[in-house]
Unconditional design. Structure first.
Ligand SMILES: [Fe+2]
Length: 186
């Protein structure tokens, strides 16, 4: 298998994504997925790479959502990437195919959680992801109008699939993201 380093992935993200905030979101997912892998017994480096690359095709599919995830697979296979399980997890995160693998389900739940944690961090006086208390996040979680784009039902699936409660998920994601504080800028 070709060796895919985070550096190579970052170069690719810069080629494909125009929005710096989206690249930061990819780093947030990278950190979150590493933490999810540690909790769920996955390979942290592979899961982190899935997080980093999961929205690679965003600009190409934002007006064609049914192809979100599929196009990432096409791009990466075209470059010799052959970790099909990882590519399938990326496809699953979009919900365009049912999330059934452990890695895909983890990404499906962690993706909206990263956006939610960013929104909480921006609201918190510290503006530092590592310093946002779980109580603060759970209070925001119950506020329907707060960070409406962060799908609560998608995050809640972590309870059914992994027996990880929402507060536990938010702490995992927050702590995973804190490792990438420099890249995320929070
Ligand atoms: Fe995403």
């Amino acid at each position: 298998m070709y060796c895919w380093t985070p550096e190579r992935a970052v170069t690719l993200l810069a080629e494909h994504l125009a929005n710096q905030n989206l690249i930061k979101h990819c780093w947030a997912a990278e950190g979150a997925m590493r933490a999810m892998a540690v909790r769920l017994g996955g390979d942290p480096e592979r899961w982190a790479l899935a997080g980093l690359l999961h929205d690679l095709d965003y600009d190409k599919t934002k007006d064609d959502f049914p192809r979100h995830g599929t196009v990432t697979g096409e791009i990466l296979r075209g470059l010799g990437f052959d970790d099909e399980e990882l590519l399938h997890a990326i496809l699953e995160h979009s919900g365009n195919v049912p999330p059934e693998s452990t890695m895909g389900r983890a990404l499906y739940c962690a993706d909206p959680a990263t956006g939610f944690v960013v929104a909480c961090t921006l609201m918190h006086p510290s503006k530092r992801v590592a310093e946002v208390p779980v109580e603060f996040m759970m209070k925001r979680f119950s506020e329907k109008r707060f960070a409406q784009g962060a799908n609560r039902d998608q995050m809640r699936m972590t309870e059914m699939w992994f027996h990880i409660t929402v507060p536990d998920l938010l702490c995992l994601v927050r702590d995973g993201m804190a490792v990438r504080s420099r890249e995320i800028g929070l």
